[in-house]
Write a protein that binds this ligand. Structure first.
Ligand code: AMP
Length: 273
């Protein structure tokens, strides 16, 4: 596995290849969720590039940038064992200067849901993804459905800016009890981890309602809110896959999303029906 921290070196190195490139951008503290993205990239491409970059521009003031879990050595081993060809781990100074051009998330879709509690977050996400895609120039880039809004906005950016990459969505990996894997789960105490299970079980509840043909989104959201109590809910939303509000669940075209606070940790989860 080749390790590269300099963006220009990465660009030069990858320029020489005529192979198909699968790219998996991450912020590190890798877990089985990240590994499933890498495995899919490995299966579908000749060359696999992973980036580990804790992108400062997507964290708002007061968020967890400084305490975000870091596991550099373990991450390198995981990449090596997962058959990664190139691991790119730049510093913030390598990626950003002072007076920077940036990508703006769309006014509506970028400022609802997670964009409400984290205004500007998706500007940072789209800017760094644009930089990384320009550096790697991959055939395919892999993103988790777990971050459904992020995936939606990146897909939109690639389409609207006529970019030449295929965005591949990957299913959410969960613990055996249903908790969606996340680097932020490391913040949870034993008690909080138990409470956090309400998030995935509220989504199962919704899915059970839908399988009984109860499709009214207001009723489903109400039941989910009751189930989530007493967690502090940021949002419970039911949207079509273009992220528009719907009154009735549309099979094969619906995403149900939850963000709730467990202790001081905000956790996201969703299901695609
Ligand atoms: P992060 O390191 O949190 O920025 O995540 C890097 C990529 O891994 C993103 O595309 C995430 O959506 C994806 N990811 C995070 N958690 C999971 C999970 N539990 N299952 C599948 N993909 C995930």
């Amino acid at each position: 596995m080749k390790l590269i921290s300099d963006p220009f070196e990465l660009k030069e190195y990858l320029k020489q290849t005529s192979q198909t490139i699968g790219f998996v951008p991450t912020m590190g503290a890798l877990h089985e969720g990240h590994i499933s993205l890498i495995k899919k990239a490995r299966a579908e491409n000749e060359l696999v590039v992973v980036s580990i970059f804790l992108n400062p521009t997507q964290f708002l003031k007061g968020e967890d940038l400084d305490k975000y879990p870091k596991k550099d050595d373990a991450d390198k081993k995981i990449c090596q064992m997962s058959g990664v060809d190139v691991l790119f781990f730049p510093s913030a100074e390598n990626m950003y200067g002072d007076d920077e051009v940036s990508i703006l998330a769309p006014n509506v879709r970028g400022f609802v849901l997670e964009g409400t509690s984290r205004p500007g977050h998706f500007n940072g996400v789209l800017t760094v993804v644009m930089k990384l895609l320009n550096l790697v120039n991959p055939t395919h880039a892999y993103f988790g459905k777990k971050d459904a809004q992020q995936l939606n906005l990146i897909t939109l950016m690639v389409k609207q800016l006529f970019m030449d990459v295929i965005i591949v969505p990957v299913d959410t990996k969960r613990e055996s009890d249903g908790l969606a894997l996340s680097s932020r789960n490391a913040y949870l105490s034993k008690e909080e981890r138990k409470e956090a299970l309400k998030i995935s079980s509220s989504l199962r509840l919704a899915s059970n309602m839908v399988s009984k043909n109860l499709l009214d989104t207001r009723e489903i959201k109400q039941q989910m809110r009751e189930h989530l109590s007493p967690l502090e809910i940021s949002y419970v939303e039911i949207l079509n896959r273009d992220f528009e509000a719907i009154e009735k669940v549309e099979l094969s075209n619906t995403v149900i999303l939850v963000e709730a606070k467990v202790g001081s940790t905000r956790l996201l989860d969703n299901i695609w029906l």
